[in-house]
Design a protein around this ligand. Structure first.
Ligand SMILES: Cc1cc2nc3c(=O)[nH]c(=O)nc-3n(C[C@H](O)[C@H](O)[C@H](O)COP(=O)(O)O)c2cc1C
Length: 247
């Protein structure tokens, strides 16, 4: 079944709104991770030569999901470095057409940059606890709502006990039309791919700063979007990450 190809939103909205977390406890009771690796035993094999580890390879090798954080406050400069690495501007580049194009720290389909980072701040030095938006252009954090948010977050995140002590949780928020008005239904895929790029930058940045991370896709969309005050369904959280020192 296909929808009209000139309808940019209906298909992805249908999927997005119908893919709240799926509680499949049997899959977790199954024990060890279910993994499979592909190989072609009959194909000619070319062993890979040894290589000196790349810097990024060392960071990637040191990254792991951490499920217990220390309740230490995070310096504001650390959060700033993470936000710049995750989705900051990386300087204007002259465009071929003669305009100016504000490049960011990740590749973006058509340079549409559909994401914004919202920060649930519990303990960051110099910041009132609350919910912030990272203004990438203005290089600032905007306090959207001061005060306690943890009581609301607890039922939102499926793995809340793992991140209860994290000083900050970042939410990658998509404004779907930024990319889908250009790429239609396929733009939805591009948005999710871009969120992966930003999340990986954040994870590797955390390793470089001696910090830990937990990427979380298990959150209740409607409740989290409401918590952030997002206009639904035009905007929505697509990925979340807890960051801080490992316990
Ligand atoms: C898209 C995505 C969603 C994830 N969601 C969760 C989550 O909600 N809670 C959690 O504890 N871990 C979550 N994880 C982390 C994975 O469980 C973890 O990456 C995996 O077990 C591999 O372990 P490693 O990250 O230590 O290499 C998620 C990972 C990805 C890529």
């Amino acid at each position: 079944m296909t929808l009209p190809s000139d309808d940019p939103f209906s298909l992805s909205r249908l999927f997005h709104l119908n893919s709240e977390p799926w509680l499949n406890e049997d899959a977790y009771r199954a024990g060890p991770y279910l993994q499979s690796f592909r190989s072609h035993p009959d194909a000619p094999r070319m062993p890979l030569p040894a290589t000196a580890p790349l810097q990024v390879e060392a960071l990637a090798a040191a990254r792991r999901s951490v499920r217990a954080f220390r309740p230490d406050p995070m310096p504001l400069a650390t959060l700033a470095a993470l936000l710049r690495t995750g989705y900051g501007l990386t300087g204007p580049d002259p465009m071929e057409q003669g305009g100016r194009f504000l490049r960011r720290s990740v590749p973006s389909a058509g340079g549409t940059y559909p994401l914004d980072i919202y920060a649930l701040v519990a303990r960051v030095e110099g910041l009132t606890p609350g919910i912030y938006h990272f203004d990438a252009m203005g290089e600032a954090l905007e306090l959207l709502r001061a005060g306690a948010w943890r009581h609301e977050a607890a039922p939102v995140f499926y793995t809340w006990p793992y991140v209860v002590d994290a000083p900050v949780i970042l939410c990658l928020v998509a404004t779907f039309a930024r990319t889908q008005s250009k790429y239609g239904p396929r733009g939805y895929r591009y948005i999710l791919l871009e969120a992966g790029h930003a999340a990986q930058n954040l994870c590797l940045g955390a390793v470089e700063l001696g910090l830990a991370s937990l990427c979380m896709g298990g959150f209740r969309d409607t409740a989290l979007n409401r918590m952030l005050g997002l206009p639904q369904p035009d905007q929505g959280v697509v990925y979340t990450l807890a960051l801080g020192a490992a316990a």
